[in-house]
Design a protein around this ligand. Structure first.
Ligand code: GDP
Ligand code: IMO
Ligand code: MG
Length: 437
């Protein structure tokens, strides 16, 4: 038995969906523990493309329990649409469970997210506009609506009504927007509640029971380490904790239950939205990575900013998540490049800095110091073992592993399940964590 956390090591979109799907094969329960419909996880099975926002990627396998845990924020309209879409494709959602304690993204959250972004003008974050920040803000402010409220025609309805009335003040007075109709929203959200009712559970209890029965749990992170509210590039972050530590809080399990933590890293780096990005490329190579890597947001369709691999944030992700091993994705995207750069340190105000600076103003001034490696200029998508990869590609992987002082267990060379090299068993291989550094 092994309980495994899969997290993103960069700014999201590392290919977590593909790696989670791959590892779900040996899991019994797949748990999403934070974030909401800001996430977009693409899974390709036999050339059929599935885009999942809230439902764990494990749903594509029959007989796996998929749990949307209490640390997530649930937009019921989108979740129900996602359930319907999967059902239309013949995929059962009978074993999908939603935590009754998860907070609900309400219509005013989306309106406030978008209005706040507009008002921030040059200080905007570049959010997905899906109401994620305002939902988590209400949770912290203790005025949130939870899934359990949608199931309760009295106290729950009253909570929704009161929340809408309260938020109408914000919409009208702060943003000059028209008020929402509390009764219409109560009726609509109670109806969503009825449709979700068969899926609603005490998620922490359900996960704990599965752990006691020695079933394998896979905790699927959304977003990435540098988007973490506490440890990312604040304020250009999301409002939850995508790092490994967030899994225990979001799922409601103790840290002692976790056996393994796997980080997913793209062979280069992308970022959507605003905020510093030291290795960003504004030239034809950045454009090449974007086109060849099809780097357009799964959720918003926005063009992703592209840059070279950043070993400073990579090492930071190893540390802050206590990673055991890495999955490197999209190596094939580098196939045509004559040379490849890797950032090994930053220069900040004339000083060489090797550790990620927790001071975000210092990070904003970071200039990358690169090591240049030769490219391989050979297609790799068909490779199924390390020995089939060109020598330069193997050297590139070794360089990354040495830089981050962590083994690479998986290499992904295409969006399909099969386009993968398993170098060592990511779940049962040696355990590393911080002690290995
Ligand atoms: P996530 O948010 O971390 O799950 O990542 P996304 O799904 O948003 O973005 C990753 C994109 O890259 C998706 O379109 C995947 O289908 C695709 N992808 C994943 N792994 C590979 C790979 O190894 N090579 C290529 N070319 N595409 C990949
Ligand atoms: P997955 O799970 C990439 C980014 C947004 C913005 C910031 C805050 O697919 O990796 P939010 O709407 O969360 O308040 O936006 O976070 N962001 C993501 N970027 N992948 C994601 O999810 C993201 N979810 C949020 O672009 O910069
Ligand atoms: Mg994504």
């Amino acid at each position: 038995m092994a309980n495994v956390i899969v997290i993103g090591t960069q700014w999201g979109d590392e290919g977590k969906g593909k790696i989670t799907d791959l590892l779900s094969r040996s899991a019994d329960v797949i748990v999403r523990y934070q974030g909401g419909i800001n996430a977009g996880h693409t899974v390709v099975v036999n050339d059929q493309v599935f885009k999942l926002h809230l439902i764990p990627s494990g749903i594509l396998y029959p007989n796996k329990d998929c749990i949307i845990a209490g640390g997530t924020v649930v937009d019921p309209q989108t979740l129900l649409a996602e359930i319907e879409r999967l059902q239309e494709l013949g995929i059962s959602t009978d074993r999908l469970y939603v935590a009754e304690t998860a907070h609900v993204t309400m219509p005013y959250h989306r309106l406030i997210d978008q209005a706040a972004e507009q008002q921030r003008a040059k200080h905007r974050i570049g959010t997905t506009g899906r109401g994620i920040g305002p939902t988590y803000a209400d949770k912290s402010e203790r005025i949130g609506v939870r899934v359990l409220d949608l199931l309760d025609r009295e106290a729950g309805a009253e909570q929704i009504r009161w929340a809408v009335e309260h938020k109408n003040l914000v919409l009208q007075r702060l943003y000059g927007l028209p008020p929402l109709d509390p009764e219409a929203i109560v009726a609509q959200y109670l109806e969503y509640g009825e449709r979700l009712r068969p899926h609603v559970v005490d998620a922490s209890l359900k996960i704990s029971e599965a752990i006691r029965k020695r079933r394998n749990i896979l905790f699927e992170g959304a977003q990435g380490t540098l988007l973490d509210l506490d440890h990312g590039t604040y304020p250009y972050v999301t409002s939850s904790n995508p790092i490994a530590g967030g899994a225990c809080i979001g799922a409601g399990v103790g840290p002692t239950t976790i056996d393994r933590i796997i980080g997913v890293a793209k062979a280069y780096v992308t970022r959507v939205g605003e905020g510093p990005f030291p290795t960003e490329l504004h030239d034809h190579i950045g454009e090449y990575l974007c086109q060849r890597g099809a780097e357009y947001g799964t959720t918003t369709g926005r063009k992703r900013r592209c840059g070279w691999f950043d070993g400073v944030i990579g090492r930071y992700a190893v540390r802050i998540n206590g990673l055991d091993c890495l999955a490197i994705t999209k190596l094939d995207v580098l196939d045509e490049l004559p040379e490849i750069k890797v950032c090994i340190a930053y220069e900040i105000e004339g000083k060489v800095v090797r550790d990620f600076p927790s001071n975000s103003r210092a990070f904003a001034k970071a200039k990358p110091i690169y090591e240049t490696l030769p490219g391989w200029r050979t297609p790799t998508q068909h490779c199924r073992s390390l020995s089939e990869l060109p020598r330069e590609a193997r050297d590139y992987l070794k360089f990354l592993a040495d830089l981050m002082e962590i083994p690479i267990a998986i290499v992904s060379l295409g969006a399909n399940r099969g386009q993968t090299i398993i170098i060592e068993d990511p779940i049962h291989g040696p355990k590393r964590g911080l002690l290995s550094l």
